[in-house]
Ligand binder design. Structure first.
Ligand SMILES: Cc1cc2nc3c(=O)[nH]c(=O)nc-3n(C[C@H](O)[C@H](O)[C@H](O)COP(=O)(O)OP(=O)(O)OC[C@H]3O[C@@H](n4cnc5c(N)ncnc54)[C@H](O)[C@@H]3O)c2cc1C
Length: 206
């Protein structure tokens, strides 16, 4: 998102040099907010930005992960060979915290990319019992979408309240009711310790 905005802003401000956008994902650049809403619920297929990169003179290099940076040489490394630059903008975003021991475990998902949302869509459609780890914005949105899809939903949150890292208590307080309103069970002061054969073990009061 920031990479796309930077490229568009450079052109809007009259920059005439070459602009190349490298992205690890194979998809056209897209907006992430709809992933936990319309895309997840199958109400939208995708959320690609409505930007004509060709008309802007911006070269898109999709599916091209940057594996290294050599500032002395002004070059990036990728599996398809090095990419030279004069000026580099690093806009690589933030990865979700992956809980220890959950990589490639069936039934455990992250929600960050279009592929993640597409993998989760049928899971919601099957109306499983769902545990959401983290009562932040995305946890709240996912819980709401899962309830809308007919799943039983429990949200576990290590902090004493939802959105503890994002908002002061007095602003976040009314938002704790979102969960009850949506029919989801919220368990705060509950830190996930491990996963055991389809059961999430939490430490209460952590
Ligand atoms: C499900 C979901 C819902 C959200 N909903 C909202 C919302 O409602 N409102 C809101 O304000 N924000 C929301 N956000 C947050 C918002 O999407 C992010 O703040 C925003 O995407 C951050 O933009 P960014 O450019 O910093 O990073 P990103 O959008 O993550 O973009 C970084 C890009 O860098 C690429 N990349 C990373 N490493 C490499 C590499 N080594 N080589 C090549 N490419 C690489 C990634 O593939 C990615 O495409 C949501 C996020 C998610 C995941």
């Amino acid at each position: 998102m920031a990479g796309v905005q930077t490229a568009v802003a450079l052109r809007e401000h009259g920059f005439t040099g070459g602009v190349t956008l490298l992205g690890a994902e194979p998809h056209q650049p897209y907006d992430r907010p709809p992933l936990s809403k319309a895309v997840l619920l199958g109400k939208a297929e995708g959320s690609a930005f409505d930007v004509d990169f060709e008309a802007l003179g911006v070269t898109l290099e999709l599916g091209r992960e940057v594996t290294g940076l050599r500032p002395g040489d002004h070059e990036l490394d990728t599996a398809r060979g090095p990419v030279p630059y004069d000026v580099l903008v690093v806009a690589t975003g933030a990865e979700p915290v992956r809980l220890p021991g959950t990589r490639d475990v069936p039934g455990v998902h992250l929600l960050r990319t279009l592929d993640d949302a597409e993998r989760l869509r049928p899971v919601l459609a099957e109306q499983h019992d769902v545990v959401v780890v983290g009562a932040g914005w995305i946890g709240a949105e996912f819980a709401t979408a899962a309830r809308e899809a007919g799943c039983r939903v429990t949200v576990v949150e290590a902090a004493e309240r939802p959105l503890a890292g994002a908002l002061p208590a007095e602003i976040a307080a009314p938002m704790a009711t979102w969960y009850a309103d949506a029919g989801a069970q919220l368990r705060t002061h509950a830190r996930v310790e491990r996963f055991e054969g389809g059961v999430v073990v939490v430490v209460v009061g952590a």
